[in-house]
Design a protein around this ligand. Structure first.
Ligand code: HEC
Length: 160
């Protein structure tokens, strides 16, 4: 988590430096209005955070599904049902069809940044009106919960 913040801080620093220097350069020749140099934000549907690429298992790994279920019951079930019914947060039925696995894991591991920066997450917050608290899962735990989400959506689970 700390590393991520350092990285983000550095990224902002570099962006702002870059921005300044192009501004100075262009002011020497001809001035460009800021709106013209603004970059289009691109949304690849993977969310914001450390998780860039998730390899899925087919069939699902039973041991991971089991562990994920345990974590769900302990840390997520208070707010998330396994049906499509919303309690505090949205129900999980169909989640893996709606969202990319990377997005789901970033939402689990990096919820504060997601709620601030990711368009989809912000929309959910508007609907739910409660901020999902960070559940402090390890990357491995979040991956197991993801496996469990696929099982909940009816994917085939392999033999134990
Ligand atoms: C205190 C309630 C609460 C707990 C506990 C909680 N969440 Fe959430 N979750 C929310 C809310 C509320 C949202 C909707 C976004 C928002 O308003 O912050 C959400 C959204 C999500 C989403 C996006 C759902 C969608 O439809 O796209 C995922 C994925 C998610 N949570 C995963 C988890 C996982 C995994 C856990 C357990 C480790 C967990 N949540 C525990 C409240 C909670």
């Amino acid at each position: 988590m700390k590393q991520l913040f350092v990285f983000l801080a550095l990224a902002f620093f570099m962006v702002s430096c870059g921005g300044d220097s192009t501004e100075q350069d262009s002011s020497k020749s001809k001035k460009k209005p800021k709106s013209m140099i603004k970059e289009e934000p691109k949304d690849d549907g993977k969310g914001v955070g450390e998780i860039k690429n998730v390899e899925l298992n087919n069939p699902l790994v039973a041991a991971m599904v089991d562990k994920g279920k345990g974590i769900y019951e302990m840390k997520c079930a208070a707010c998330h049902k396994l049906t499509d019914q919303r309690v505090v947060g949205p129900g999980w039925k169909g989640l893996t069809e709606k969202r990319k696995p990377e997005w789901i894991m970033n939402m689990t591991l990096n919820v504060d940044v997601m709620l601030a920066e990711d368009e989809t997450a912000r929309d959910l917050l508007k609907q739910c009106l409660v901020r999902m608290p960070n559940q402090n899962l390890s990357t491995e735990d979040a991956r197991d919960v993801l496996e469990f989400m696929y099982a909940n959506d009816g994917e085939t689970v392999g033999e134990q």
